[in-house]
Design a protein around this ligand. Structure first.
Ligand code: GLU
Length: 556
């Protein structure tokens, strides 16, 4: 007759606290009816993947929309795979995109909340108390198999459908108390394994909030719950954590679906109420007419630092993530143009079952729209903060004359139809380069439909009539006159009705001036550009353009 209590005391001489102690220490949360407690539980083994950010948003939104709690837990039971600044990468990566957990890890060696520690390496005693309980109840046992023993088992299982430590392969499952005592006293290393009660012919079903009803075979494996160093495996640790942190909903990647039967068995063995699951399919990318997973190895944009370095504002990334997170988000946005994303009624049922499509082009469109709705002051704040880190020259240009920079950024902004030129802050340098001679390199090439001699004519006349103090209406009246004087029509419709009668229309005339002043065929409002550049600079650019044109003219 096995004396489980005795074996448990032998395995866990260090354990002083009981599961009841922890149950009391981490009581049921007092939250409103229906509130969800979710967590993001990454391992600090590499940079934060965009898919991780996406899952974290789903967790955060579901908690926020039910007045629940979203917490950040660090799962660092695998010390071999950990990277040095892994925790900071995760915390700063989330925070850069506006995810501040309500509870949990807040930085390297700092955390907030009553249900901690929130980093698994600091919870060793807790896991051991619960593992001890399982051994006491005969639901777990020590296993002395060495790596070589396990290798032999694996080799002998080639023809088996199920691999692992179970049935006749589970050699330590039925050791006698004497055998166990002797091995432990002799200092033999051991793991602790779950004594699975699963039966391969039986099924478990669970309702996944994203994927619907899922039916799977029960777990039969006596999986390791504590490794030889006494540290728990992920499977065991996360079950204990999710219970004690009073998590209600586990939102995670669908690579974990295969482990759900084991996780449900662990919840039951420990006497815990299982959590609800929402398994997220990986983000997909279109390639060569097909689809593949967004890959850490192949896609630089899989790493969230990509967005930080390029300077995508957090508002854009949030907006984009919601676009791919819930299929009805864009409809909601059209109906609620200025509402904060936090008001969006997030719903797991509106998530893609097979994997949302990730698309940088779409992100850029979303971001251009988001940035177009910001005011110049906000844009200035964001750009300078980004440039300080990533583009020192731009930073000095903008901050040496903030009023000028804000005036530039204010062109065609704060009106019902703002321009959508900028997708991220690293595009700003090019966007406004012609305002700063330090970074402007003129490249004057006029549209092909404009004869050089006509361009010279337009520019010569424009030079005479341009006055810095004109109002926009006065300026435009002069442009119309200029059209007529040079053989162009100020009226596009008139031109279209009778193209043979004119050299071109007002658009061609402004195009010539625009190219001369900015080297661009497309720019924001030319009137305001010239106001900011000032009379002297406009004059000098027009002279340079005339020179270029004359040098390029055929000799007579
Ligand atoms: N630490 C696990 C991972 O990084 C988390 C799985 C879970 O959320 O339960 O994949």
């Amino acid at each position: 007759m096995t004396d489980c209590k005795k074996i448990a005391d032998l395995i866990f001489p260090d354990v002083t606290k009981t599961p009841e102690y922890y149950e009391e220490k981490y009581p049921k949360r007092e939250l409103p009816e229906g509130a969800r407690v979710t967590r993001f539980a990454p391992s600090p083994t590499g940079y934060l993947h965009f898919g991780g950010l996406y899952a974290a948003f789903a967790s955060k939104f579901t908690a926020a929309s039910t007045n629940g709690v979203f917490l950040l837990r660090i799962e660092d039971t695998d010390k071999k795979r950990e990277i040095e600044d892994g925790v900071s990468c995760i915390v700063s990566g989330l925070s850069a995109f506006g995810i501040e957990p309500d509870e949990g890890v807040t930085g390297f060696d700092s955390e907030k909340g009553e249900y901690g520690p929130y980093i698994q390496s600091k919870r060793r005693d807790i896991y051991r108390a619960f593992a001890k309980k399982l051994v006491e109840e005969g639901k777990a046992y020590p296993c002395f198999c060495t790596a070589e023993d396990l290798e032999k088992i694996r080799e002998s299982q080639e023809s088996e459908d199920i691999k692992g430590y179970y049935g006749k392969y589970a050699r330590c499952r039925d050791l006698t108390d004497e055998e166990i005592t002797e091995k432990i006293n002799s200092g033999a290393p051991f793991t602790v394994r779950l004594r699975s009660e699963g039966d391969i012919t039986r099924k478990i079903t669970f309702d996944d909030l994203i994927k619907g009803k899922i039916e799977m075979s029960e777990n039969v494996n006596d999986v390791v719950i504590l490794k030889t160093d006494g540290i728990p495996t992920y499977h065991f640790a996360h079950v204990v954590d999710d219970h004690l942190m009073r998590t209600t909903h586990v939102v995670r990647g669908d690579e974990w679906i295969a482990s759900v039967p084991l996780h449900i068995e662990l919840f039951k063995a420990l006497g815990f109420r299982p959590v609800k699951y929402a398994h997220i399919a990986p983000l997909m990318k279109e390639e060569n007419g097909g689809k593949r997973k967004l890959s850490k190895r192949k896609d630089p944009e899989a790493n969230v630092t990509y967005y930080i370095e390029k300077g995508y504002p957090k508002e854009s990334v949030q907006e984009y993530i919601l676009t791919i997170l819930n299929s009805n988000f864009e409809d909601w946005r059209r109906a609620n143009k200025t509402e904060s994303v936090s008001k969006f009624p997030f719903n797991f049922k509106k998530m893609s079952v097979s994997g949302a499509l990730f698309d940088l082009v779409k992100l850029n469109d979303v971001s251009k729209n988001v940035i177009s709705l910001m005011n110049a002051e906000q844009v200035y704040g964001y750009v300078t903060a980004w440039a300080k880190e990533y583009d020192g020259e731009l930073y000095s240009l903008l901050t040496s004359n903030p009023a000028k920079a804000k005036a530039i950024l204010n062109i065609d902004r704060e009106n019902p139809k703002p321009r959508k030129d900028i997708a991220c802050w690293s595009e700003v340098r090019t966007y406004l380069s012609y305002f700063y001679n330090e970074i402007y390199s003129p490249d004057i090439s006029f549209p092909e439909n404009i004869q050089p001699e006509n361009a010279v004519l337009i520019l010569e006349k424009y030079k005479e009539l341009y006055s810095e103090n004109d109002t926009k209406d006065e300026w435009f009246a002069k442009i119309r006159e200029l059209c007529t004087e040079c053989g162009y029509t100020p009226n596009v419709k008139e031109y279209k009705a009778n193209p043979g009668a004119f050299k071109g229309h007002v658009g061609d005339v402004t195009s010539v001036i625009r190219v001369a002043v900015t080297s661009r065929v497309n720019s924001p409002d030319l009137y305001y550009i010239m106001k900011i550049l000032g009379k002297d600079e406009v004059g000098s650019r027009i002279n340079t353009a005339i020179d270029c044109l004359i040098r390029g003219l055929p000799r007579h």
